[in-house]
Design a protein around this ligand. Sequence first.
Ligand SMILES: O=C(O)c1ccccc1NCC(=O)[C@H](O)[C@H](O)COP(=O)(O)O
Length: 259
Amino acid sequence: MSTILEEIIQEKEREVVILKQTYKTKGNLKQKRHVQSLYEMFMQSQYINIIAEIKRASPSKGMINPDVNPPEQGKQYQEHGAGAISVLTDYPFFKGTMDDLSAVREAVDLPVLNKDFIIDEIQINRAKDYGANVILLIAAALPKHRLQQLFTYAREQDLEVLFEVHNEAELKVAKEIGATIIGINNRDLKTFEVDLATTEKLAALIDTEKTLVISESGIKTTADVERIKQVGVRGILVGETMMRSRHLEKTFAELRIQL
Ligand SMILES: O=C(O)c1ccccc1NCC(=O)[C@H](O)[C@H](O)COP(=O)(O)O
């Protein structure tokens, strides 16, 4: 039986074939000139910084917030202290779109992450065209030589790269490729279980003075953040908790704790 990641990647392979036939680069129309580097901002901050995510639905939770207005949500995140905004742009599994990304880009001044499953340079071109400052590369999705090529290509386009790992072998690849922003995903993509022990285990193997470590998935409470702060994590990526929150000010105050 295939894993959800394998299913998603198969879908992306189909999407890339179509993109290559139809997509014409728009020449980076949506790029804002003075967006601060996510790495610099998070490394200098005295607080745990939050990448707040816009996510209508997910394979593990089904529909989460189908009626969200992405630019409004992005503005709210910025107002309440987000360090960056993540926009899920995959439609088949997460009900996001590239237009969500460009609308958020227009609405906020923060770095914007194009959260998608990137397997080809053409998706990186598109991410930049729609206004992303940061892209995601998932170690489990591709062989090392392709990850290296895509990482280098993204950096050449002036995009920062959040390099996501789930285990020690993937972390080794992240280090060999030269990733400076490493996302440790607490969600097991086979069982969907989330376990913050994944962050604790892997962050301990990273030089957190030089590498920005972001803990991803399943973060809900101050106690969760206190726990991962102990191992040098400086940033958290939070989707569901933000999308379900009815009091974003309170949610940010609970999660954006002092380092
Ligand atoms: O969220 C899922 O169900 C999921 C399934 C398969 C691949 C990726 C998935 N999520 C992407 C993410 O990385 C999360 O959206 C992100 O870390 C935020 O997680 P959460 O705070 O738990 O919504």
